[in-house]
Design a protein around this ligand. Structure first.
Ligand SMILES: [Ca+2]
Length: 377
């Protein structure tokens, strides 16, 4: 009997996938009083990314183009010198930061930013040596092509894979969404490069005429949340979708994630987009949100401060603004919870697990904060 019920459930899931219906968020109400947020630092101008250093300090980017260190007492440094000029318009500016896996030896950090140039602006990735007061040997290792005239949808998150290659998540640059399907450009893609910006030989489009060899997956709208699964080592991403179409994906090499040919939801104008929600040769999301959560920042929790949350995917929500937690079972979402209250009911831009196992989030605001999140007593 149990086997039959299981088989029936399995069949229903299989059927719904075959008909192109990914599971959607049940839209749980945010709960208050489960977690407690305390302010670690404030006065940051639209902080975009947070990264812990081995000495326990935090590195924080501010979208207008500044990088600062924050110590354990919440003291915020002067802006570090040596940064390149960033295109700080609209959603552009200084974006994600990540330490190199070899940071302990070489103090290398990687960062993404919107860069102005011929044709407009585009996302770029640089690496540099982090010194106490400045970056040194700043080197741009990759540029999105082509640069276009738009202030929106720059992505981006940087995630090192276990093999040492770097994933960078892109946006479609908003007014150029059809380009997400064009393999000759890197708008609306996830790319994978070696630490010096060169192309890994095992990338899916290496050797295909007319395709950019750095492309890992395509058909993405604007990806500002990404994390590596602690057990499988797979990349997971959460994407800003259309109105009613935010998506959780596990991007596979060479696959097409559909934008803007297939999508859930409608355009923010109310107009229909593309051909529907499914099409042969295009991937379904693992899960989607309607209404959207406007995802930015994600991590798989592995600490001991929230023992019940181990292996869960935590996501920042810019709008309506709170912490989103997904329990995952066998690569599927088994439940969703949301946490709000006091300082936590804000536009959450990024989150990191601290060396103490607590969760640290930054809020997207003129007076942005770093918050430490732990269980409420
Ligand atoms: Ca999609």
């Amino acid at each position: 009997m149990k086997t039959k019920v299981f088989f029936l459930l399995f069949s229903l899931v299989a059927v719904s996938y075959a008909f192109g219906q990914a599971p959607s968020s049940p839209q749980p109400k945010p709960v208050e009083g489960t977690v407690r947020a305390t302010v670690v630092a404030k006065g940051l101008e639209h902080p975009w990314a947070l990264e812990f250093l081995p000495d326990g300090r935090m590195l924080v980017s501010e979208r207008p183009g500044r990088l600062r260190l924050v110590d354990g007492k919440g003291r915020v440094s002067e802006p570090l010198g040596g940064l390149p000029k960033v295109f700080a318009q609209g959603q552009g500016g200084l974006l994600d930061i990540t330490r190199s896996p070899t940071f302990a030896q070489d103090r290398l950090i990687y960062f993404s930013f919107a860069e102005e140039g011929e044709g407009g602006a585009g996302t770029a990735v640089a690496r540099a040596i982090l010194n106490e007061r400045a970056l040194e040997k700043v080197q741009v290792i990759w540029r999105q092509t082509p640069k276009v005239k738009s202030n929106n949808h720059f992505g981006s998150r940087l995630v090192f894979g276990r093999d040492g290659n770097l994933f960078v998540t892109m946006g479609d640059r908003f007014a150029y969404r059809d380009q997400a399907q064009n393999l000759a450009v890197t708008l609306g893609k996830i790319i994978r490069i070696q630490p010096d910006g060169s192309i890994p030989k095992d990338n899916p489009f290496v050797g295909r005429e007319g395709a950019r060899p750095e492309i890992w997956s395509y058909g993405h709208r604007n990806v500002q949340a990404a994390a590596l699964h602690p057990e499988s080592g797979q990349l997971w991403t959460v994407e800003h979708g259309a109105r009613g179409g935010d998506e959780l994906n596990q991007p596979q090499p060479g696959k097409n994630y559909g934008w803007p040919v297939i999508t859930y939801g409608v355009d923010y104008s109310g107009a229909k987009i593309g051909e529907g929600t499914s099409k042969a040769g295009m991937e379904q999301p693992v899960y989607y949100w309607d209404p959207v959560i406007a995802p930015s920042g994600a991590l798989f929790y592995t600490g001991n401060v929230f023992p019940q949350w181990k292996g869960n995917l935590l996501i920042g929500s810019l709008q309506p603004g709170h912490l989103v937690r997904l329990e995952m079972t066998a690569g599927r979402v088994s439940s969703e919870s949301r946490y709000a209250g006091a300082d936590l009911s804000a536009r959450i831009r990024d989150l990191q697990q601290g060396p103490d196992g607590a969760i640290y989030v930054i809020t997207d605001d003129n007076n942005g904060k770093i918050l430490r999140i732990e269980p409420a007593k």
